[in-house]
Ligand binder design. Sequence first.
Ligand SMILES: [Fe+2]
Ligand SMILES: [Fe+2]
Length: 285
Amino acid sequence: MTLIAQITDLHIRPAGKKAYGIVDTEAMLRAAVASILAQPLRPDAVVASGDLTDCGLVEEYELLRDCLSPLPMPVYLIPGNHDRRETMRQVFGRDGYLPADGEHLHYTVEHLPLRLIGLDTVVPGKGHGEIDAPRLDWLKARLEEQPDRPTFVFMHHPPFPTGLQHMDSINCRNAEALAGLVRRHPNIERVVCGHHHRSIQIRWAGTIGSVAPSVAHQVVLDLMPHDDATFTMGPPGYHLHLWAPETGTITHTAFIGSFSGPHPFLLDPDYPAFDDKEAAPATHS
Ligand SMILES: [Fe+2]
Ligand SMILES: [Fe+2]
């Protein structure tokens, strides 16, 4: 069994600065870390699928490192359009999983039952992403190494439509070629992404494509065409991906915050299965 916590779109700013003048992204990431630490089943790893910082500044990555430091499990980062590869490497390169040279910050994680492939979709200076020929070749070679092993591909820009049309215009380009490659590898459990700041799932390329909500601000849920995206301080969250050989991957959305409960299910005598002695109380939900 493997449990992966996926956090995304952290948009960390230098200490004391809010993103867009509104979002206290440091406090929100610290709350996300506390929520992961409070999970009864502790994740084996955390992946952060891009927009780690808002501007790619060294002080933002250093603050990010500090925010993530309470996590005892490995944390794997990939860049988004708000990141800068060179400063990310400068601050996190010593962790050992990022490639020391080469243009892209791609890598695989091999020590878990579930194989993780981090894919760098960044096009410097652009909001959209891309899987160009060199990146496609790199992924193809990695997938051909272990064609039967359950695998997660995580990347920042979704290569599939989401219905948020203003966001889809800055998706991952050359997605048709990526879909063709993914379709030839049914061992891919999920293609998990960020960038859209909402929880989204789609059947795509013979697997499941998903986007995790941001641990900070959310893109407004509006499926009508728009020129501009707007954000809301709706409930932040993250995804928990639970993989086991018998079940494959099950994905849950965890919301971050203080909520009333847990409360017991005290059954009303009028409940239709009140006399069902075979069922455990906890199943009466
Ligand atoms: Fe973002
Ligand atoms: Fe993004």
